[in-house]
Design a protein around this ligand. Structure first.
Ligand SMILES: [Fe+2]
Ligand SMILES: [Fe+2]
Length: 274
């Protein structure tokens, strides 16, 4: 059995610090073999830098996926061709820097990761994700049947559509981009684990990881504003997926919702009240 931790959009320094602090112990506790994190908001909420990519890989992340924020930090454009473990959506046209898929060797065999961007309410509107995913998976099947897809999209219907389309063809299809974790984790009849959105790794007293007031004021005033990353309590959200590496079928999917500091094991009732 191969255990994969998939974490949703990592937001800014609070999300990065929590992940780096918790990952070694989470990997040990759950015997995690492979870690996928969506890093499109890792740099102050906007994109990801080469330095942050290296930090996350050093902390134990296997592959970083992204989405519509991939180009926000310009230095990432030349960097993408030098670091294949940082993906951009696969459905960009031929000739775009970087790649949208990767296969990596692990002690339990090869694991493939594909990052695809949905189209409904998403900009830019990329190539049809169904066509792009079908050909990326067909190419990968010669190498491995353990494949995880990050579907970066806004609508539940498009993400479920892509998940159902992939049922029996990949090990897991997990959504990202909305930053709100869904409670629909399941294994489809063909053996593909699915969850509409992993949720985010970032500050919870926020609007999608950003400070609350500027966003509320923007909705009220329609005036331009900047949206700083929020502070306070951080949660790491995503899914733990167990895969039979001999068939690529998912055996189990569990929702992940971890605090930024490991719990002591003391039940809330036993703790003194303040
Ligand atoms: Fe995001
Ligand atoms: Fe996004």
């Amino acid at each position: 059995m191969l255990t994969i931790l998939f974490l949703g959009d990592l937001v800014g320094e609070p999300g990065r610090s929590a992940l780096i602090a918790r990952l070694p112990e989470l990997k040990k506790k759950h015997a995690i073999d492979f870690v996928i994190v969506n890093g499109e908001n890792a740099a102050g909420g906007r994109g990801i830098t080469p330095k942050i990519t290296i930090e996350l890989l050093r902390a134990g992340v296997s592959v970083i996926t992204t989405g519509d924020h991939i180009w926000d930090q310009k230095e990432v454009i030349p960097f993408l061709d030098t670091e294949p473990r940082l993906l951009r959506p696969v459905n960009y046209p031929a000739g775009t820097p970087g790649a949208g898929a990767i296969v990596l060797e692990t002690a339990k065999g090869k694991v493939g990761v594909i990052n695809v961007q949905a189209r409904t309410f998403m900009l830019p509107i990329l190539d049809n994700p169904f066509h792009a995913l079908e050909s990326a998976v067909a190419q990968m099947h010669g190498e491995t049947s353990t494949i995880v897809v990050d579907v970066h999209g806004e609508t539940t219907s498009e993400k479920i559509g892509l998940g159902r389309f992939m049922d029996g063809k990949v090990s897991a299809v997990i959504g990202t981009h909305t930053h709100v974790q869904t409670a629909d984790e399941q294994i489809f009849p063909g053996g593909t684990a699915f969850m509409c959105d992993a949720g985010m790794c970032g500050p919870v007293q926020s609007i999608l990881g950003r400070a609350i007031d500027p966003i509320v004021r923007r909705f009220i005033s329609n005036m331009p504003a900047s949206f700083p990353v929020a502070d306070g309590e951080v949660r790491l959200r995503g899914a733990l997926i167990e895969v039979d590496e001999t068939t690529g079928r998912a055996l189990r999917i569990t929702r992940v919702d971890e605090p930024s500091v490991a719990t002591t094991g003391i039940s809330p009732e036993a703790q003194p009240t303040t």
